[in-house]
Design a protein. Structure first.
Length: 276
């Protein structure tokens, strides 16, 4: 299967494109965002990597600037290293990730990337003989390590890094302050927030949600482009963040601890089978 068949995209205007993997039929299917700038293009998250995303961007004509010159430099930014967001980083020459998860990406640590893929989630095989049992996030050497407050310049637009741990220790959001757009990764999306994976931490998540609410209070976000599901606005962002905080009590912490233990065991067993 070609990259053109595997992916599909939707233009959102303002140099932003929404890309998805058509045949990965799962709630884990991540949103991929292409943001075009005057001097650099950025891909936010990269999907599973079963087909080459840069090939798709080139073949679909998404990298060629309007004046017909060659493509601008392309940077892939991972909002975190979980498999559904980081598997495709292997196809990019320039990769950025938060420093807290750089070692996991460099080592191809499929425990921290929570690799969990089944055959039934892939509706069409990316190539003959492929099976989910073979899938791993391969080691990738980041070319840029991100920290809180870093700015990724695209020329005519700037994306500010906000370190928002909780879902994972290196989770980030990217904030386009001028356009009041937040690329939120898995920090927040319109669904149940996951805080029971390895390296998830409820206290960090509460603090991150407080920061999200402050962004809304200060009028700094009008549109959220999340890591999963649909785009939403500031009011919904505030409600999702405040709901998480209100539910993060003792009972939630106890149940989450139990779920994390189960998930940890399952991931270790699954990844031992992959490597054997």
């Amino acid at each position: 299967m070609s990259a053109l068949e595997w992916f599909a995209h939707k233009p959102l205007g303002g140099g932003i494109f929404w890309i998805q993997e058509r045949f990965y039929e799962s709630g884990n299917r991540a949103n991929i965002w292409l943001v075009r700038g005057s001097q650099r293009d950025v891909v936010i998250d990269a999907g599973l990597g079963l087909r080459s995303l840069p090939d798709y961007l080139r073949d679909a004509g998404l990298l060629a600037p309007a004046e017909g010159a060659g493509p601008r430099p392309l940077l892939a930014v991972a909002t975190h290293v979980h498999f559904d967001h980081s598997g495709g980083l292997q196809h990019f020459e320039e990769v950025a990730v938060h420093s807290a998860e750089a070692a996991a990406l460099l080592q191809g640590d499929n425990y921290e990337t929570v690799t969990w893929l089944s055959d039934r989630e892939v509706a069409r095989l990316p190539r003959p003989g492929w099976s989910a049992r073979q899938f791993r996030v391969p080691p990738v050497r980041p070319s840029r390590l991100l920290q809180e407050g870093d700015v990724i310049s695209l020329g005519d637009r700037q994306l500010t890094v906000m370190h928002m741990p909780g879902h994972s220790r290196g989770s980030i959001c990217l904030h386009d302050k001028d356009r009041k757009i937040l690329f939120s990764g898995d920090v927040v999306y319109d669904g149940s927030m996951i805080d029971w994976l390895p390296y998830s931490r409820i206290s960090d998540y509460v603090a991150s949600c407080q920061r999200l609410m402050e962004l809304v209070d200060r009028g700094l976000v009008e549109k959220v482009l999340p890591g999963h599901f649909n785009i939403f606005g500031a009011e919904r962002l505030y409600r999702l963040a405040s709901n998480y905080i209100s539910q993060a009590g003792v009972c939630h912490k106890i149940s989450t601890c139990a779920m994390r233990s189960i998930a940890s065991i399952a991931l270790r067993v699954t990844n031992s089978r992959i490597t054997s």
